[in-house]
Write a protein that binds this ligand. Structure first.
Ligand code: SAH
Ligand code: MG
Length: 215
């Protein structure tokens, strides 16, 4: 089932970097994973909650929970002076003056009526992964786009995916002219590991299923 109209309206109104067609593919994957496996769904890269809304809608329908991880200080390309910087998500305290997407995220999720279906973890993805102990039905990688970050997200979270669970990777561009290559390299690595098979592609959003053992 597609997201509820009020969920779609909240998604369209939310700040972020998830286009509608890829968002619908993410929602479909989340629905499938949540229905098939009674495990939570995990997102790396909350930002202001735009994609979280879609995961939370699917989790609500299936009676499961979304865990979304972000340090809320922004990726490299979102810092002041960079292409994706948004000055409205900077801490107004001059003694901090760092990016802080947490207040906007909380407002967005509240307005979408989805707060109770989401656990927000504020921290660095590899640090959170290192203390994590629950099998996951879906891992959505949409955090930092450097090789260091994308690789750490894959290495940290893929081992927590349950057998049959879905690994969703955003911003996968085979052609360097279309965007950075780190998510693409992680995507290739997942396929080459033999532990995953591809189940769908919607532009830069790839959905893989954990089928083999030994990630
Ligand atoms: N999913 C969002 C977009 C995420 S943008 C949407 O749909 O709009 C990427 C986010 O990843 C940023 O908020 C940034 O703070 C976060 N991020 C980058 N590297 C990270 C890391 N190592 N640990 C946690 N969060 C990270
Ligand atoms: Mg993205």
């Amino acid at each position: 089932m597609p997201p509820k109209p009020e969920t779609l309206a909240a998604f369209e109104a939310a700040k972020g970097f998830m286009p509608l067609d890829e968002g619908l593919a993410l929602h479909a994957a989340a629905e499938a994973a949540a229905a098939a496996l009674a495990h939570p769904l995990l997102e790396v890269g909350t930002y202001c909650g735009r994609s979280t809304i879609l995961l939370a809608d699917a989790a609500r329908e299936a009676g499961t929970t979304v865990v979304t991880v972000d340090h809320h200080r922004g990726s490299e390309e979102q810092q002041p002076g960079w292409e994706y910087h948004d000055p409205t998500v900077v801490d107004p305290d001059p003694g901090v003056a760092r990016m802080d997407t947490l207040p906007t995220f909380r407002r967005t999720l509240y307005k979408a009526g989805l707060e109770e279906h989401v656990i927000a973890v504020v921290g660095r993805s590899p640090q959170v992964a290192a203390v994590w102990g629950t099998p996951l039905g879906l891992v959505f990688i949409d955090g930092g786009h450097t090789d260091e970050h994308a690789t750490a997200d894959y290495e940290g979270w893929a081992p927590h995916l349950a057998e049959g669970g879905l690994l969703v990777i955003h911003d996968v561009f085979a052609d360097p002219a279309d965007g950075g290559q780190a998510p693409y390299r992680v995507y290739r690595r997942a396929l080459e590991s033999g532990a995953f098979t591809e189940v769908s592609v919607t532009r830069s959003l790839h959905v893989l299923q954990r089928t083999g053992l030994g990630v």
